[in-house]
Design a protein around this ligand. Structure first.
Ligand code: CIR
Length: 252
């Protein structure tokens, strides 16, 4: 069970963040309403939510997940691969230091939290445009000290590993068709997404609740079959910025 989450409010300039999507321009007031609903959802699950202020210099900084990976024993501060995001990690470090011992991914290693999927005592680490081999290897060595195993996964498609695969608790993954074919994920029960609904892979499992993006009826039906409670949130504006539910918080 998680007891806390850290989020950061989007700034007025959030639409100037990085994006590869072609979904139209993102709207500030809609973004703020959606972010507020996101915070409310986490509060309703019993989490203490630490809400940080926007960072003017960093329009993507509300995607806090990319700046750290927090586990019970330690918080690993990342080194974002996107040059425009480098520095966000320096600002999150003192916040996390209030709750955990911290350690860092050192250059030339780069890593973003969106590439790290924790499955029990195992980590999948995506090597992507943002996370390089060196960063992934450093992370693997750090977590090995605490008894975790890890495995590197090449992320061909999508921004981060968690753009394509996320955990649903126990031994179950919500996964795109392309990733479902990979050897790495064979030992898991898989809920394979409809290709038209691949974005819904970014579903967040928190304290027994599945928080899924609104507007993906086929995925919802698949998830309902698992018998877990489901909450749907509209994240249209974060999606326009290549982000979603997992990216907007650090849970621990
Ligand atoms: C970026 O390109 O860095 C942001 N616009 C989106 C980051 C999304 N983060 C995530 O999936 N963990």
């Amino acid at each position: 069970m998680f007891t806390r989450a850290i989020v950061r409010k989007p700034g007025k300039n959030f639409a100037q963040g990085l994006t590869t999507t072609n979904l139209g321009s993102a709207d500030y007031s809609r973004m703020m309403d959606q972010h507020q609903a996101y915070v409310q959802a986490l509060l309703s699950l019993g989490l203490d939510v630490i809400v940080l202020d926007p960072l003017k210099e960093y329009p993507d900084a509300y995607f806090v997940e990319d700046t750290a990976v927090v586990m019970p024993e330690v918080a690993v501060i990342t080194n974002p691969g996107a040059p425009s995001r480098r520095g966000e990690e320096e600002i999150i470090q003192p916040v996390l230091a209030g709750y955990r011992k911290t350690t860092r991914i050192q250059p030339p290693g780069t890593m973003e939290g969106g590439d790290v999927l924790m499955a029990g005592r195992h980590f999948f680490i995506g090597v992507s445009a943002r996370t390089n081999e060196e960063g992934a290897a450093q992370f693997g060595r750090i977590v090995a000290r605490y008894g975790y195993t890890s495995m590197i996964v090449p992320v061909g498609q999508g921004l981060h590993l968690k753009s394509s695969v996320n955990g649903l608790g126990d031994n179950t993954l919500l996964i795109t068709e392309e990733f479902s074919k990979m050897e790495y994920f064979k030992g898991y029960d898989q809920v394979v997404l409809d290709n038209d609904e691949a974005y819904a892979s970014n579903t967040l499992f928190v304290n027994g609740m599945l928080i899924m993006p609104a507007g993906f009826p086929r995925t919802k039906a698949q998830l309902q079959a698992l018998g877990l409670p489901i909450m749907e949130l509209d994240v249209s504006e974060a999606r326009k910025m290549d982000g979603g539910l997992t990216c907007m918080s650090l849970r621990f």
